[in-house]
Ligand binder design. Structure first.
Ligand code: GCU
Length: 608
């Protein structure tokens, strides 16, 4: 992202606030996006938080539906025996953070609405540092209060954000309160209908982050796709002065590069270097150190180049077939949102066992551990914002929300070599406003990050028929580098056997990824191949679709739907689905179905 773009974006943002006011559709100007917090000084706020379930939002609005001065965020206590206060966090219930509320309490299983969270904490020292509170994710709309005052707000259930609290944090008895609202909204991102459970809550970890007054705020490093022998990027300081020096060191490459920032604390750099490139077979990362004003910020960064040539995807200049699997952020065994790195490792290890070199993290940015562990384990990542199905493409606030979540997704993972594809949508219905909405998102993604490929998973409705073949001509294809197609032959249409002879053609000289295919089976249910929900039926779907894939000469990868059964409000069939989408190759209890081994055999038969 060029400096001019930063200034431009910042200017636009300020103008938006001036013009639109803090319409708070997604943030109100307090918001920050501090990155790489695990390399900084943090204090975890994970654990039990007190909660108040508030379906009518009494804690925020009075009886005339006006915002209250003394809402639940004041955490009031009776000052006289007769005072009327109709809430008390101390005597109410508790929830674990991180974690969704739906799987923590039976009575919250279906709950979609507001829950207030409160955490009281001390911090070791107050000095002239800057203090932030960082949230891995809160689903879906959050208002954040510290010691009775609003310090920020955020919309988007799957991206990290932070609020600056330097002016309001104290050493003892900090009262942090969040209003968390998971109501689904037609103008939301995602919109009101999705095929995954609306797990609400503070679903990822929370930390107090203490950084030096003068600090490295953010940075971006990448191997220049043009020269292949230069590391380029930028660094952004906080509270710096013009011409302050920051040293960028990569010891293993004998790099010790002095950078002098401008009046905004920003500087770009280009360093001659020929690092060993990151790849699934050799996921090499380098220790990168930024030294500024006596403090050091460290990261482990891999360098690779991802491009396309005609219908091929090239990793470091060599064609590669993306042997993938789609994954929802559903925890194995316990179910609910993933809340630990152990669960991350189980999911990614299953992907490796399947023979994958790529994972499609559907349909929203997963937790940061998922992306960092994929980088460590040698798995390429398709990362996606939840512009899913029928969002309101003609609504400017909806677009601003989608764009903000795109910015946050890229801001968090821009330095992760594993991420090779930014996906801007999934199965969106063809239409002029949808095309404009997504074309703008694609342009925005490229403006933020020119080094990765832009994609989207297209609905088969966007495919025509020509000379008896499925013909890919969705107009969105013009704006994508890689075209994802979701196609459920043998499940949502046709018999499994009918799939093997289906042929494809495309209007675009671009790589195609079959981003979804497959079918459902209840693990352990056996019968004839024509019996829906048996493992035998699912196996027939896989065997015949694999034959179809072999005949698509412009196919550059696939990520069948899906690694593991996952919870969804749309899957009602008792005794078979029981609120679970059964298209997993593995049950949520970790038992592999026959089709796992069919897919594994296919991947093991592919050379590169
Ligand atoms: C769609 C969609 C998925 C959904 C799947 C299904 O392709 O992208 O989110 O779960 O089909 O119907 O199981």
């Amino acid at each position: 992202m060029k400096h001019t773009q930063i200034t431009a974006i910042f200017t636009v943002f300020i103008l938006q606030l001036l013009v639109q006011g803090p319409s708070a559709q997604f943030s109100d100007g307090h918001e920050h996006n501090l990155q790489n917090i695990h390399a900084r000084t943090t204090q975890s706020l994970d654990g039990l938080w007190s909660i108040i379930v508030d379906p009518l939002e009494n804690g925020f609005y009075n009886a005339r539906w006006q915002p209250r001065e003394n809402g639940f965020f004041k955490d009031q206590k009776m000052s006289t025996p007769s005072e009327l206060i109709e809430y008390n966090f101390d005597t109410d219930e508790q929830l674990m953070v991180p974690g969704d509320w739906n799987t923590q309490k039976e009575k919250l299983y279906y709950y979609e609405g507001t829950i207030w969270y409160r955490k009281i904490f001390d911090i070791d020292t107050i000095d002239d540092s800057e203090y932030f509170i960082h949230f891995g994710a809160v689903n879906n709309e959050a208002i954040i209060y510290l010691n009775g005052e609003k310090v920020g707000s955020h919309v988007g259930g799957y991206t990290s954000f932070s609020v600056k609290v330097t002016d309001s944090i104290r050493e003892k008895n900090n009262v942090l309160v969040l209003k968390v609202d998971t109501k689904r909204k037609e103008d939301g991102i995602p919109t009101i209908n999705t095929d995954w459970w609306n797990y609400g809550g503070i679903t990822r970890s929370v930390h107090v982050v203490q950084i030096p007054k003068q600090h490295v705020y953010d940075y971006y490093l990448y191997l220049d796709p043009e020269t292949k022998s230069q590391i380029k990027g930028w660094v952004q300081l906080g509270n710096s002065k013009e011409k302050d020096k920051v040293a960028l060191r990569i010891p293993e490459l004998n790099i010790d590069h002095e950078i002098y920032v401008d009046e905004n604390g920003f500087a770009e750099f280009t360093i001659n270097a020929t690092p060993k490139t990151w790849s699934p077979s050799d996921p090499k990362r380098y220790e990168v150190l930024f030294d500024y004003m006596g403090t050091q910020l460290k990261d482990d960064i891999g360098f690779r180049i991802i491009t396309t040539s005609g219908s091929q995807i090239l990793l470091n200049g060599e064609p590669i077939f993306l042997k993938g699997i789609s994954i929802h952020e559903e925890a194995p065994f316990k179910t609910g949102r993933v809340t630990s790195i152990e669960q991350v490792r189980v999911l990614l290890q299953w992907a490796k066992e399947l023979g994958c070199n790529y994972v499609r993290l559907a349909h929203y940015p997963h937790n940061e551990d998922m992306v960092r562990e994929a980088e460590r384990m040698g798995l390429m990542v398709w990362s996606e914002i939840p512009v899913y199905w029928t969002v309101q493409f003609d609504n400017n606030e909806t677009y601003a929300n989608a764009e903000h979540q795109l910015e946050e997704m890229i801001a968090r993972d821009k330095n992760r070599a594993s991420v090779v594809l930014w996906s801007i949508a999934n199965e969106t219905p063809i239409g002029d406003s949808r095309l404009e909405f997504l074309a703008n998102l694609a342009a925005k993604a490229r403006a933020l990050d020119s080094t990765r490929l832009i994609t989207a998973a297209l609905d088969p409705d966007g495919t025509s028929s020509r000379e008896g073949k499925n013909f890919i001509d969705d107009p969105l294809g013009e704006h994508l580098d890689v075209i994802g197609i979701n196609y459920y032959c043998g499940w949502y249409g046709g018999t499994p056997e009918s799939c093997r002879t289906i042929e494809w053609d495309t209007k675009y000289d671009k790589p195609m990824i079959m981003s979804e295919f497959g079918g459902g089976a209840l693990q352990g249910l056996h019968g004839e191949e024509n019996e829906r929900w048996t493992e035998e039926y699912q196996s027939a779907v896989y065997r015949n679709n694999i034959e179809m894939l072999k005949n698509i000469e412009f196919l550059a990868g696939t990520s069948p739907w899906i690694l593991m059964d996952f919870r969804s409000h749309r899957r009602h069939l008792r005794r078979i689905q029981s609120d679970f989408n059964r298209k997993g190759l593995i049950s949520e209890q970790g038992v592999k179905k026959e089709s796992f081994y069919i897919m594994q055999e296919y991947y093991n038969s592919i050379e590169y």
